[in-house]
Design a protein around this ligand. Structure first.
Ligand SMILES: *Cc1c(COP(=O)(O)O)cnc(C)c1O
Length: 354
Protein backbone atom coordinates (compact mmCIF):
# COMPACT_ATOMS: atom_id res chain seq x y z
CA UNK A 1 0.00 0.00 0.00
CA UNK A 2 1.20 3.51 -0.83
CA UNK A 3 1.40 6.19 1.78
CA UNK A 4 0.16 9.50 0.45
CA UNK A 5 1.46 12.68 2.04
CA UNK A 6 -1.00 15.56 1.87
CA UNK A 7 0.19 19.17 2.07
CA UNK A 8 -0.05 21.04 5.33
CA UNK A 9 -2.15 24.18 4.95
CA UNK A 10 -1.78 25.64 8.41
CA UNK A 11 0.68 25.26 11.26
CA UNK A 12 -0.17 25.47 14.94
CA UNK A 13 1.90 27.81 17.08
CA UNK A 14 4.98 26.00 18.45
CA UNK A 15 5.19 24.91 22.10
CA UNK A 16 6.15 27.86 24.26
CA UNK A 17 6.91 26.16 27.53
CA UNK A 18 7.68 22.44 27.33
CA UNK A 19 7.63 22.02 31.09
CA UNK A 20 4.00 23.15 31.30
CA UNK A 21 2.64 20.67 28.72
CA UNK A 22 -0.32 18.79 30.20
CA UNK A 23 -0.69 15.14 29.16
CA UNK A 24 -2.79 14.65 26.04
CA UNK A 25 -3.98 18.23 25.48
CA UNK A 26 -1.72 19.39 22.66
CA UNK A 27 -1.68 17.66 19.29
CA UNK A 28 0.69 18.10 16.38
CA UNK A 29 -0.06 19.41 12.87
CA UNK A 30 -0.49 16.08 11.11
CA UNK A 31 -1.98 12.63 11.61
CA UNK A 32 -1.86 9.27 9.89
CA UNK A 33 -5.16 7.86 8.61
CA UNK A 34 -6.22 4.76 6.68
CA UNK A 35 -9.59 3.20 5.92
CA UNK A 36 -10.92 -0.33 5.72
CA UNK A 37 -13.80 -1.87 3.88
CA UNK A 38 -14.67 -5.57 3.91
CA UNK A 39 -13.64 -6.98 0.54
CA UNK A 40 -11.21 -4.18 -0.22
CA UNK A 41 -9.08 -4.31 2.92
CA UNK A 42 -7.04 -1.34 4.16
CA UNK A 43 -6.74 1.52 1.71
CA UNK A 44 -6.29 5.30 1.32
CA UNK A 45 -3.35 5.43 3.75
CA UNK A 46 -2.26 9.02 4.13
CA UNK A 47 -0.57 11.55 6.32
CA UNK A 48 -2.97 14.45 6.46
CA UNK A 49 -3.42 17.68 8.41
CA UNK A 50 -4.73 16.98 11.93
CA UNK A 51 -8.48 17.59 11.73
CA UNK A 52 -11.82 16.34 13.11
CA UNK A 53 -13.51 13.36 11.41
CA UNK A 54 -17.04 13.34 10.07
CA UNK A 55 -18.82 10.28 11.45
CA UNK A 56 -22.32 9.05 10.78
CA UNK A 57 -24.32 9.22 14.04
CA UNK A 58 -25.05 5.51 13.56
CA UNK A 59 -21.34 4.58 13.35
CA UNK A 60 -20.89 1.32 15.28
CA UNK A 61 -18.13 2.65 17.53
CA UNK A 62 -20.53 5.23 18.98
CA UNK A 63 -23.03 2.56 20.07
CA UNK A 64 -21.19 -0.66 20.80
CA UNK A 65 -17.67 0.59 21.49
CA UNK A 66 -15.86 -1.42 18.85
CA UNK A 67 -12.59 0.45 19.38
CA UNK A 68 -8.97 -0.25 20.24
CA UNK A 69 -5.95 1.92 20.87
CA UNK A 70 -2.26 1.89 21.78
CA UNK A 71 0.09 4.19 23.64
CA UNK A 72 3.83 4.57 23.11
CA UNK A 73 6.40 7.31 23.13
CA UNK A 74 9.17 8.87 21.06
CA UNK A 75 12.12 10.34 22.94
CA UNK A 76 14.54 13.09 22.00
CA UNK A 77 18.12 11.88 22.58
CA UNK A 78 21.08 14.02 23.62
CA UNK A 79 22.42 13.90 20.02
CA UNK A 80 19.12 15.26 18.69
CA UNK A 81 18.00 11.91 17.23
CA UNK A 82 14.53 10.59 17.97
CA UNK A 83 13.98 7.11 19.39
CA UNK A 84 10.93 4.89 19.68
CA UNK A 85 10.74 2.40 22.55
CA UNK A 86 9.74 -1.17 21.53
CA UNK A 87 7.25 0.05 18.89
CA UNK A 88 6.89 -3.39 17.33
CA UNK A 89 5.59 -4.72 20.66
CA UNK A 90 2.89 -2.05 20.66
CA UNK A 91 1.85 -2.80 17.09
CA UNK A 92 1.73 -6.54 17.82
CA UNK A 93 -0.47 -5.81 20.84
CA UNK A 94 -2.67 -3.53 18.69
CA UNK A 95 -3.31 -6.53 16.46
CA UNK A 96 -4.04 -8.79 19.45
CA UNK A 97 -6.57 -6.23 20.69
CA UNK A 98 -8.02 -6.06 17.16
CA UNK A 99 -8.53 -9.81 17.13
CA UNK A 100 -10.39 -9.73 20.47
CA UNK A 101 -12.68 -6.95 19.22
CA UNK A 102 -13.30 -8.64 15.81
CA UNK A 103 -11.42 -5.87 14.01
CA UNK A 104 -9.07 -6.28 11.03
CA UNK A 105 -5.32 -6.49 11.75
CA UNK A 106 -2.91 -3.93 10.34
CA UNK A 107 0.24 -4.83 8.40
CA UNK A 108 2.83 -4.44 11.14
CA UNK A 109 5.74 -3.38 8.92
CA UNK A 110 3.65 -0.90 6.98
CA UNK A 111 2.18 0.52 10.17
CA UNK A 112 5.61 1.03 11.74
CA UNK A 113 6.93 2.67 8.57
CA UNK A 114 3.93 5.00 8.47
CA UNK A 115 4.38 5.85 12.14
CA UNK A 116 8.05 6.66 11.60
CA UNK A 117 7.26 8.78 8.54
CA UNK A 118 4.66 10.71 10.52
CA UNK A 119 7.13 11.42 13.31
CA UNK A 120 9.84 12.42 10.84
CA UNK A 121 7.45 15.00 9.39
CA UNK A 122 6.48 16.15 12.89
CA UNK A 123 10.00 15.99 14.35
CA UNK A 124 9.87 19.62 15.51
CA UNK A 125 7.10 18.58 17.88
CA UNK A 126 9.30 16.14 19.82
CA UNK A 127 10.19 18.23 22.86
CA UNK A 128 13.77 18.59 24.05
CA UNK A 129 13.75 19.29 27.76
CA UNK A 130 14.38 16.77 30.53
CA UNK A 131 11.65 14.17 31.00
CA UNK A 132 9.54 15.26 28.01
CA UNK A 133 8.48 13.05 25.10
CA UNK A 134 6.07 12.69 22.20
CA UNK A 135 3.14 10.46 23.12
CA UNK A 136 1.83 8.39 20.20
CA UNK A 137 -1.78 7.20 20.08
CA UNK A 138 -2.68 4.64 17.38
CA UNK A 139 -6.46 4.10 17.32
CA UNK A 140 -8.97 2.01 15.35
CA UNK A 141 -12.72 2.64 15.29
CA UNK A 142 -15.73 0.93 13.67
CA UNK A 143 -17.41 3.37 11.30
CA UNK A 144 -20.14 1.43 9.51
CA UNK A 145 -23.47 3.25 10.04
CA UNK A 146 -25.70 0.43 11.25
CA UNK A 147 -27.41 -0.22 14.59
CA UNK A 148 -27.20 -4.01 14.49
CA UNK A 149 -24.79 -5.55 17.01
CA UNK A 150 -22.16 -7.06 14.74
CA UNK A 151 -18.56 -6.48 13.67
CA UNK A 152 -18.36 -3.45 11.43
CA UNK A 153 -17.66 -3.71 7.70
CA UNK A 154 -15.83 -0.37 7.78
CA UNK A 155 -13.04 0.97 9.97
CA UNK A 156 -10.88 4.00 10.38
CA UNK A 157 -7.38 3.59 11.76
CA UNK A 158 -5.34 6.63 12.71
CA UNK A 159 -2.33 7.81 14.65
CA UNK A 160 -2.21 11.12 16.50
CA UNK A 161 0.77 12.63 18.33
CA UNK A 162 0.87 14.66 21.51
CA UNK A 163 3.97 16.32 23.01
CA UNK A 164 3.99 15.67 26.77
CA UNK A 165 5.84 17.28 29.66
CA UNK A 166 7.63 15.46 32.46
CA UNK A 167 5.23 13.11 34.30
CA UNK A 168 6.73 14.02 37.64
CA UNK A 169 6.73 17.80 37.72
CA UNK A 170 7.32 18.32 41.41
CA UNK A 171 9.67 15.31 41.62
CA UNK A 172 8.79 11.66 42.08
CA UNK A 173 5.73 11.48 44.38
CA UNK A 174 4.35 8.26 45.89
CA UNK A 175 0.61 7.81 45.30
CA UNK A 176 -2.25 6.78 47.59
CA UNK A 177 -4.12 3.72 46.43
CA UNK A 178 -7.65 2.64 47.21
CA UNK A 179 -8.26 -1.12 47.01
CA UNK A 180 -11.73 -1.58 45.53
CA UNK A 181 -13.65 -4.75 46.32
CA UNK A 182 -16.87 -3.27 44.98
CA UNK A 183 -15.93 -2.51 41.37
CA UNK A 184 -13.87 -4.73 39.13
CA UNK A 185 -11.98 -3.90 35.94
CA UNK A 186 -12.12 -7.18 34.11
CA UNK A 187 -13.28 -10.78 34.47
CA UNK A 188 -12.01 -14.09 33.08
CA UNK A 189 -13.19 -14.37 29.50
CA UNK A 190 -13.70 -10.59 29.24
CA UNK A 191 -11.67 -7.94 27.46
CA UNK A 192 -9.16 -7.10 30.20
CA UNK A 193 -6.22 -8.08 28.03
CA UNK A 194 -7.29 -5.79 25.16
CA UNK A 195 -6.60 -2.07 25.03
CA UNK A 196 -10.20 -1.17 24.24
CA UNK A 197 -12.11 1.94 25.26
CA UNK A 198 -14.90 0.09 27.06
CA UNK A 199 -12.51 -1.09 29.78
CA UNK A 200 -11.72 2.51 30.63
CA UNK A 201 -15.33 3.73 30.50
CA UNK A 202 -16.15 0.98 33.00
CA UNK A 203 -13.36 2.12 35.34
CA UNK A 204 -14.41 5.77 35.63
CA UNK A 205 -16.90 5.47 38.48
CA UNK A 206 -14.46 3.65 40.75
CA UNK A 207 -11.77 6.22 39.91
CA UNK A 208 -14.14 9.07 40.68
CA UNK A 209 -15.17 7.58 44.02
CA UNK A 210 -11.52 6.99 44.88
CA UNK A 211 -10.69 10.62 44.03
CA UNK A 212 -13.60 11.84 46.18
CA UNK A 213 -12.08 9.93 49.09
CA UNK A 214 -8.69 11.54 48.43
CA UNK A 215 -6.96 8.68 46.62
CA UNK A 216 -4.91 8.89 43.43
CA UNK A 217 -5.69 5.50 41.90
CA UNK A 218 -7.74 2.33 42.27
CA UNK A 219 -6.18 -1.07 42.82
CA UNK A 220 -8.23 -3.65 40.94
CA UNK A 221 -8.83 -7.09 42.41
CA UNK A 222 -9.74 -10.29 40.60
CA UNK A 223 -13.41 -10.60 39.69
CA UNK A 224 -13.94 -14.07 41.15
CA UNK A 225 -12.56 -14.04 44.70
CA UNK A 226 -11.94 -10.29 45.05
CA UNK A 227 -8.78 -11.21 46.94
CA UNK A 228 -5.99 -11.09 44.39
CA UNK A 229 -4.32 -8.08 42.85
CA UNK A 230 -4.62 -7.46 39.12
CA UNK A 231 -3.65 -3.88 38.17
CA UNK A 232 -3.53 -0.35 39.49
CA UNK A 233 -5.44 2.38 37.62
CA UNK A 234 -4.38 1.82 34.03
CA UNK A 235 -0.99 0.42 34.95
CA UNK A 236 0.43 -2.98 35.80
CA UNK A 237 1.66 -3.37 39.35
CA UNK A 238 4.90 -4.74 40.80
CA UNK A 239 5.69 -5.50 44.44
CA UNK A 240 8.97 -6.01 46.22
CA UNK A 241 8.03 -8.82 48.60
CA UNK A 242 10.66 -10.80 50.56
CA UNK A 243 13.17 -9.04 48.25
CA UNK A 244 11.57 -10.67 45.21
CA UNK A 245 9.77 -8.91 42.39
CA UNK A 246 6.15 -10.08 42.40
CA UNK A 247 3.72 -9.14 39.64
CA UNK A 248 0.33 -10.40 38.49
CA UNK A 249 0.48 -13.16 35.86
CA UNK A 250 -0.90 -12.72 32.35
CA UNK A 251 -4.01 -14.85 32.62
CA UNK A 252 -6.14 -12.83 30.23
CA UNK A 253 -7.60 -10.33 32.69
CA UNK A 254 -4.71 -7.86 32.77
CA UNK A 255 -2.98 -5.85 30.08
CA UNK A 256 0.32 -7.31 28.88
CA UNK A 257 2.28 -4.12 29.54
CA UNK A 258 5.49 -3.43 27.66
CA UNK A 259 6.85 -1.51 30.65
CA UNK A 260 6.01 -4.52 32.86
CA UNK A 261 7.84 -6.82 30.44
CA UNK A 262 10.86 -4.52 30.29
CA UNK A 263 11.09 -4.26 34.07
CA UNK A 264 10.95 -8.04 34.47
CA UNK A 265 13.87 -8.34 32.03
CA UNK A 266 15.86 -5.65 33.89
CA UNK A 267 15.06 -7.29 37.25
CA UNK A 268 16.43 -10.63 36.04
CA UNK A 269 19.61 -8.92 34.92
CA UNK A 270 19.96 -7.27 38.33
CA UNK A 271 19.90 -10.77 39.80
CA UNK A 272 16.49 -10.35 41.42
CA UNK A 273 14.12 -13.27 41.78
CA UNK A 274 10.80 -12.89 39.96
CA UNK A 275 7.42 -14.37 40.81
CA UNK A 276 4.57 -13.93 38.35
CA UNK A 277 1.71 -14.61 40.70
CA UNK A 278 -1.19 -12.73 42.18
CA UNK A 279 -0.51 -11.02 45.50
CA UNK A 280 -3.41 -11.24 47.95
CA UNK A 281 -4.86 -8.33 49.93
CA UNK A 282 -3.64 -9.98 53.14
CA UNK A 283 -0.09 -10.16 51.82
CA UNK A 284 -0.23 -6.45 51.05
CA UNK A 285 -1.83 -5.26 54.27
CA UNK A 286 0.14 -7.58 56.58
CA UNK A 287 3.31 -7.43 54.48
CA UNK A 288 3.42 -3.65 54.71
CA UNK A 289 3.05 -3.90 58.50
CA UNK A 290 5.59 -6.67 59.09
CA UNK A 291 8.12 -5.42 56.56
CA UNK A 292 7.94 -8.29 54.07
CA UNK A 293 6.41 -5.89 51.53
CA UNK A 294 8.97 -3.14 51.10
CA UNK A 295 7.97 -1.42 47.83
CA UNK A 296 5.17 -1.29 45.29
CA UNK A 297 4.93 0.59 42.00
CA UNK A 298 2.71 0.84 38.97
CA UNK A 299 4.27 0.41 35.51
CA UNK A 300 3.11 1.94 32.24
CA UNK A 301 4.25 4.03 29.30
CA UNK A 302 2.98 7.36 30.62
CA UNK A 303 4.63 7.29 34.07
CA UNK A 304 7.23 4.53 33.46
CA UNK A 305 7.04 3.68 37.17
CA UNK A 306 4.68 5.20 39.71
CA UNK A 307 5.69 4.57 43.33
CA UNK A 308 2.96 3.60 45.80
CA UNK A 309 3.10 5.27 49.21
CA UNK A 310 -0.08 3.95 50.80
CA UNK A 311 -2.72 1.26 50.35
CA UNK A 312 -6.17 1.55 51.88
CA UNK A 313 -8.49 -1.45 52.09
CA UNK A 314 -11.85 -0.90 53.82
CA UNK A 315 -10.88 1.07 56.94
CA UNK A 316 -7.24 0.06 57.15
CA UNK A 317 -4.34 2.05 55.67
CA UNK A 318 -0.73 0.91 55.44
CA UNK A 319 2.32 2.93 54.41
CA UNK A 320 5.27 1.68 52.35
CA UNK A 321 8.90 2.88 52.49
CA UNK A 322 7.88 5.72 54.85
CA UNK A 323 5.94 7.21 51.93
CA UNK A 324 9.24 7.73 50.09
CA UNK A 325 10.34 6.31 46.75
CA UNK A 326 11.88 2.89 47.41
CA UNK A 327 15.42 2.08 46.20
CA UNK A 328 14.39 -0.56 43.64
CA UNK A 329 11.55 1.61 42.31
CA UNK A 330 14.12 4.35 41.73
CA UNK A 331 16.58 1.92 40.17
CA UNK A 332 14.01 0.64 37.64
CA UNK A 333 12.96 4.19 36.76
CA UNK A 334 16.56 5.25 36.17
CA UNK A 335 17.40 2.11 34.21
CA UNK A 336 14.41 2.27 31.89
CA UNK A 337 14.46 6.01 31.24
CA UNK A 338 18.24 5.74 30.78
CA UNK A 339 17.70 3.35 27.87
CA UNK A 340 14.81 5.39 26.43
CA UNK A 341 16.69 8.69 26.40
CA UNK A 342 19.97 7.09 25.28
CA UNK A 343 21.91 7.74 28.49
CA UNK A 344 22.48 3.99 28.92
CA UNK A 345 23.37 1.22 26.48
CA UNK A 346 20.48 -0.75 24.98
CA UNK A 347 21.58 -4.40 24.97
CA UNK A 348 18.09 -5.70 24.06
CA UNK A 349 17.59 -3.47 21.01
CA UNK A 350 14.45 -2.01 22.56
CA UNK A 351 15.13 1.36 21.02
CA UNK A 352 14.37 2.00 17.37
CA UNK A 353 15.81 5.20 15.91
CA UNK A 354 13.82 7.05 13.26
C1 LIG B 1 -1.63 0.45 28.58
C2 LIG B 1 -1.93 -0.22 29.88
C3 LIG B 1 -0.93 -0.73 30.72
C4 LIG B 1 0.53 -0.50 30.50
O1 LIG B 1 1.03 -0.95 29.31
P1 LIG B 1 2.41 -0.35 28.78
O2 LIG B 1 2.64 -1.11 27.52
O3 LIG B 1 3.44 -0.62 29.80
O4 LIG B 1 2.18 1.10 28.58
C5 LIG B 1 -1.31 -1.45 31.83
N1 LIG B 1 -2.60 -1.62 32.14
C6 LIG B 1 -3.59 -1.11 31.39
C7 LIG B 1 -4.99 -1.34 31.78
C8 LIG B 1 -3.28 -0.39 30.24
O5 LIG B 1 -4.25 0.13 29.49
Amino acid sequence: MDLQILPLTERKPPIEDEASLVFGRTFTDRMFVMEYDTGRGWHSARIAPYAPFTLDPAALVLHYAQEIFEGLKAFRRPDGNIALFRPRDNIARFNRSARRLCMPPVDEDFFLDALKELIRLEADWVPRSEGTSLYIRPTMIATQPVLGVKPSDQYLCYIILSPVGPYYKGGFKPVRIWISDEYIRSAPGGTGEAKTGGNYAASLLAAREAAERGFDQVLWLDAVKRQYVEEVGSMNICFVYDDKIVTSPLHGTILDGITRRSILTLAKEMGLEIEERAMSIDEIMDGASNGRLSEAFGTGTAAVVSPVGQFTYRDRTVTLSNNQVGPLTMKFFEALTGIQYGRQPDPHDWVELL
